[in-house]
Ligand binder design. Sequence first.
Ligand SMILES: Cc1cc2nc3c(=O)[nH]c(=O)nc-3n(C[C@H](O)[C@H](O)[C@H](O)COP(=O)(O)O)c2cc1C
Length: 481
Amino acid sequence: MTNRDFREFLAVSEQQGLLRRVSQKVDVTWEPACLAKWAFQALSNDDRFGLLFDNVEGSEFSLATGVLGASTHTYALALGVTPEEINQRWLEALGAPHKPITVKSAPCQEVVKTGKQVDLGELPIPTWTPGKDVAPYITTITVTRNADTGVQNMGVYRTMVRDARHVVCNLNPGRHGFIQASTYLDRGKPAPIAWVVGTEPAIHFATVANMPAGVDEIEVAGGLKGAPIEMVKCKTSDILVPANSEFIIEGEIIPGELADEGPFGEFAGYMGLVSPKPVVRITAITHRKDAIFYGYSSQMPPSESTILQSLTNAPLLLKILRDDLGEKSVHDLYIDLTFGGLLAHGVVSMTPRHLGHAKKVGRLLADISPLKRITVVDGDIDIRDPLHLEWAMNAHYHPARDTVIIEDVFFPMGMDPSVRIDAKMQDMGSKVVIDATQTIDAGETSLPPKAIMEKALETWKSAGLPEFEIPKRARLRIDQS
Ligand SMILES: Cc1cc2nc3c(=O)[nH]c(=O)nc-3n(C[C@H](O)[C@H](O)[C@H](O)COP(=O)(O)O)c2cc1C
């Protein structure tokens, strides 16, 4: 069971040393983002914590950032599992979605401001790459609605604050939010939109996921929570939003009005290009009485956005490979935490059943995902342990025989910095599949047999040497000896 709401997650994180409070006064135009950058650039996954700013100059609200996606530990804590159990928890949730329920009153509407009362300047919205970003940005869940079916979509689309009552939303063509908004805009009607700030962790995770079209993120969030999500109708539109949220920002996309969006520090580690995007009029801000503002930290990896997307998209792809494409001999899938879970390195563990099977699975994964590099290893490799993975590569991978290069791959939106993109043209990208499964019998491994190694543990203890936890890598190797 995940935490019931965002503030409960913050409290549990703080108790466990996974959240630190900053109580001195901070300037939201640079300090929160820069402290988050230090947390991600300087601290390891095991040492990192989220940040809660209690005293933001000029705002009555606290600001949290880098909290849900500080590390594999915070992500697992929010799901109520250990880091090793994240994929399993996701697979269970995908198999048991819960439809949401609608409630009449909600904590997120304790305070309601509409019309001229609306002022985005009252919220502690950070500038994420101080000195380079053009404006403060809202980086959280965006909800849109289909005019014909009423079906909603939830995704994260960064949103630039233009003035007290207008924003410019990075809705990219092809994204589900853009398709939903078009059902209004194509008829010349304003499209309702809402941003959900600080809500139940299950919702944050489900809305980051690259779900196939037609899968309702809020039902999957219910699956992760193990109970239906409570939703409430917005004050100025028919959009339903999670009742237990900290803030809801409501708006309408103005038909035909576009404005320059960016420059903004991108997840790939470079500044993004400026392009015209839809302008939104903000129609309401609702919130809890003592609401906590939240924005995802992104930009130079590793970052909160890369960790959230890697850990979320891995189990989704695992499910597609195993259940939808029938590759039952695939055991596990891990995406490195550095590149948005998109053009990153995906590592699959499997038991190949026939000649070329590992390459086939690697190519399938390359086809169904934006992953740029895919490595396939045997089931007895700990794919989350770089030492074990490097050994498998060095011992089993024959570059001339085991490499598949996939050419002419289109990476949209200039996502891949290795591909040239300018105002006039964009080159095509490429992908690589590496089969690092063991295809040659290299004989016995060079560790003593399991029985002797276990006996040696008794000697270790009686010699008074310091205790240790046996890493999964060592256990897997010793089991084979
Ligand atoms: C912090 C953060 C910022 C993001 N910003 C954008 C964005 O501006 N535009 C975009 O298309 N995707 C962005 N993404 C990725 C999408 O939110 C994600 O792929 C999601 O699944 C898209 O939902 P959809 O498939 O329903 O469109 C962002 C993700 C995160 C975590």
